[in-house]
Design a protein. Structure first.
Ligand SMILES: [Mn+2]
Length: 376
């Protein structure tokens, strides 16, 4: 007999997006759309006639409103008889204010065993109580039992000796003899074991919430099949292809006009990204002017005409141009130094003399630019 699992994690219902680089209204929109992502996962579990829907932590970001808790409960209730088990990650509320139907199992902080005898499943699950746990799952070794599926659910950082996010020793898990370890915490999916024999996996987030860690939005459909002591495990990736967080670096080479820079930005993203995704343009290299780029003016040139959403980060430095620096410094030593040296270079009597003067100009400007007073 087989076992079918839909494995997800890190959905972050109610995430605030403050400081994520999105406008407040963009954050509000994505917060609403993430509910549709959860709906998609639930519908998949129903259509696939999955036995279990495992949510491996960070289902929520802090306490939800009563209306949102109800919405979550309804989504899970509708897919019965699929059994939903969710463990708590660092961002889930530790207090349970929800009323959950029979097919939903919210694992309270700590380590807990669930039995689903009609499905031959023993499920071990651990919920966060604190970032550091004095005794966790590693205290426990399930007894090898033929014919029963041994499943483990954890939220934390695998194979990192020092982590503030609950270190998980994968070697210890391998020796426990569990059939599948469903992990949450990393935004990017990761698997342990070769194809057909994957014994542990991070689900990855089905809905990214950050430019820093966009991941690969989706979830797993896991099929286990047992024959005696051996267990076949197949993983299939389902993408949740709504919006993504896409960041591009754009190297400027002295561009100055806002329209020109806007065109460079637009050309750096595919039309699909521009139409649908949260885009971030990180401008690097050299800009034409000394003044910083006006990101808001630039953004208005591109949103909403060419982008659905765009965040601009200016990390450019002014293009080093002797003429521009001289013009910007007419009354100090820096400007007068450039003027004098340019005059002498023009009048240089030999190639050798000109080279010497040019390197003196470069060294002098470099020193003066980095001095506080610019030789005033
Ligand atoms: Mn986490």
């Amino acid at each position: 007999m087989g076992l079918k699992i839909v494995h997800t994690a890190d959905i972050h219902l109610g995430h605030s997006f403050e400081g994520a680089g999105l406008l407040p209204e963009e954050g509000a929109l994505w917060r609403q759309e993430i509910w549709q992502v959860l709906d998609q996962i639930c519908q998949c579990a129903k259509e696939e006639k999955a036995d279990l829907l495992l949510v491996c932590g960070n289902l929520m970001d802090g306490e939800l409103s009563p209306a949102d808790r109800e919405r979550c409960r309804d989504l899970f209730q509708e897919i019965a008889p699929v059994q939903v088990v969710w463990i708590l990650g660092e961002s889930d509320p530790k207090e349970d204010l929800g009323e959950w139907p029979d097919n939903v199992h919210r694992v309270p902080p700590g380590f807990k065993r669930y039995d689903f005898p009609e499905k031959d499943v023993v499920l071990w699950a651990e919920s966060w109580s604190d970032a550091v746990w004095p005794d966790g799952f590693s205290q426990f070794i399930p007894k090898a039992s033929q014919g029963q599926f041994q499943i483990l659910m954890l939220h934390g950082e695998a194979d990192q000796e020092v982590s503030q996010y609950h270190s998980i020793d994968m070697q210890a898990i391998l020796q426990m003899g569990i059939d599948y370890c469903a992990l949450g915490h990393r935004n990017h999916p990761t698997c342990w074991g070769r194809e057909g024999a994957v014994w542990a996996a991070y689900a990855g987030s089905p809905a990214s919430v950050s430019f820093e860690d966009p991941g690969d939005p989706g979830f797993w459909i896991v099929e286990l099949e047992k024959e005696g002591t051996s267990c076949l495990r197949r993983l299939q990736r389902r993408q949740t292809g709504r919006r993504r967080f896409v960041s591009q670096e754009i190297m400027l080479r002295g561009e100055q006009e806002a329209e020109t820079i806007a065109d460079r930005i637009a050309a750096s993203f595919s039309s699909g990204n521009r139409r649908r995704d949260f885009c971030r343009a990180v401008l690097r290299g050299e800009r034409g002017g000394f003044l910083p780029i006006d990101a808001e003016t630039l953004r208005r040139l591109l949103v909403p005409s060419r982008f659905f959403s765009l965040t601009i980060v200016d990390q450019t430095t002014p293009e080093l141009s002797y003429d521009r620096i001289r013009e910007a410094n007419p009354d100090n030593l820096l400007g007068r130094y450039i003027e004098t040296m340019q005059e002498r270079i023009r009048k240089a009597g030999s190639e050798r003399e000109r080279e010497l003067l040019e390197s003196a100009l470069a060294a002098g400007v470099e020193a003066l630019l980095h001095s506080q007073e610019k030789g005033r």
